[in-house]
Design a protein around this ligand. Structure first.
Ligand code: ZN
Length: 74
């Protein structure tokens, strides 16, 4: 199973909005807009490789997703 990181934006803001404010990274299964923690994310949201998990590029990370991800892949 492949994973990727998907950005969550401030409430009510679409990633297409020029003023979109990035909030936190969630971990999802590759190509799915639902985070491991159950949060629905926008398909248009920015994603990055799960390799960024645990690095500066992957912060801030949703705590629930971080814990669930550890249990699924480690
Ligand atoms: Zn999450």
């Amino acid at each position: 199973m492949d994973y990727e990181m998907r950005a969550e934006y401030a409430d009510g803001i679409s990633p297409r909005d020029p003023d979109a404010r990035f909030e936190v990274w969630h971990m999802t299964r590759s190509g799915e807009p639902v985070a491991l923690c159950g949060r629905d994310l926008d398909m248009a949201a920015v994603t990055q490789s799960a390799d960024a998990w645990g690095t500066e590029a992957g912060r801030p990370l949703c705590h629930a997703c971080g814990a669930l991800y550890i249990h699924q892949v480690r």
